[in-house]
Design a protein around this ligand. Structure first.
Ligand code: GTP
Length: 323
């Protein structure tokens, strides 16, 4: 039984503007590497041997970094949409590059999760499902695809973003499709799996199951979430083998120059060639390569773009500078 994967990385990432003006969301650095690398490593560790990146916005930036995938222990292919086809259209377009397989794992390119992908695949096989959705519980489901399941974990309804959610279980952005489900998606058309494919499958009686896992889950689609994801990975709150090895609770490049009186804390990332001058404090933040933080600055829960100069004494709280 072989499992392949598709990683949806073609969105414009508008909630992350201006960070996504020149870099697609999945290529933004989170804990020292492009976010996508965390997902690709997770797929490889679950035994997936082939993954297609479904690209559209800023598509050229993926292949120079990920190449054939050899470095990551997985075969990587690239599918391109000239005009973004939505999540369903992107899956259909990418599936044409996949070899024969028994099931396909689809990852949203902006979810950091601690869920056990191997167990989700086992659950999919043992329940003989057509589709298995990874579901997680949230306090407020209004911004997500809200899902109702019965006692056997069969999905009864899927309602995308609504004011009065019918449950607190949401689509956590990793689903498994049998290949014939992908065959039913129309070619070269804009299709949303959330608004069309899932509701249509449920109403036609297809076997759509929910795999519920309440371990770490975060949608990194906003700047505040992106910086939190990075700090959580660096401090080990969520584990990823893509996070570079480091000592202590921060990730500091050995080419960075830190004044001995500078304080770096709470999962901060200090990238190569960064300079931090005397008395400055960096907490829970990402400092891009070549940035210079002058003396006596305080930078908390923020992202500083590469090569940005922060002048002496600046206080930066939950802000995103230099993009
Ligand atoms: P926002 O504009 O901030 O909502 O971000 P987004 O464009 O990434 O949209 P959203 O978060 O809803 O997308 C979920 C996932 O699907 C992300 O990983 C996107 O990259 C991906 N995605 C969204 N639309 C498309 C598309 O048209 N084609 C492809 N290939 N991927 C898409």
């Amino acid at each position: 039984m072989t499992t392949s994967a598709i990683l949806l990385v073609g969105g414009r990432g508008t909630r992350l503007l201006p960070l996504t003006q020149h870099t697609p969301k999945p290529m933004l650095e989170v804990a020292g590497v492009p976010f996508t690398e965390h997902q690709i490593r997770k797929a490889a560790e679950a035994g997936i041997s082939e993954i297609v990146l479904a690209t559209s916005y800023k598509a050229d930036l993926f292949e120079p970094y990920f190449g054939s995938g050899e470095k990551f222990g997985i075969k990587i292919k690239y599918a391109f949409e000239t005009t973004a086809l939505g999540t369903g259209g992107g899956i259909k377009n990418a599936a044409a590059s996949l070899g024969a397989c028994d099931q396909v794992v689809i990852f949203n390119g902006d979810v950091l999760s601690g869920h056990d992908l191997g167990k989700q695949i086992e659950f999919h096989k043992s329940s003989n499902a057509d589709v298995t959705l990874y579901l997680t519980q949230v306090i407020d489901a209004r911004a997500y695809g809200c899902v109702e399941v019965d006692n056997d974990k069969r999905v009864k309804s899927f309602l995308e973003k609504m004011d009065n959610p019918v449950s607190n279980l949401i689509n956590a952005g990793c689903y498994i499709f049998n290949p014939d489900v992908i065959s039913s998606i129309p070619v070269d058309q804009v299709v949303s799996v959330e608004r069309q494919t899932f509701p249509d499958l449920i109403s036609s009686g297809a076997k759509v199951f929910g795999y519920i896992d309440n371990s770490y889950w975060l949608d990194i689609g906003t700047p505040a979430a992106l910086v939190k994801a990075s700090a959580d990975l660096v401090t080990g709150k969520i584990k990823s083998t893509a996070t570079p090895n480091h000592l202590g609770e921060c990730l500091v490049s050995n080419t960075a120059q830190l004044d001995p009186t500078a304080l770096i804390e709470r999962g901060s990332v200090i990238s190569p060639e960064v300079v931090v001058e005397a008395g400055s404090k960096i907490s829970g933040s990402i400092i891009g390569s070549g940035a210079k933080i002058a003396s006596n600055c305080v930078i908390v829960d923020s992202i500083i773009a590469p090569n940005t100069q922060i002048t002496a004494g600046m206080l930066v709280f939950s802000n995103y500078l230099g993009f």
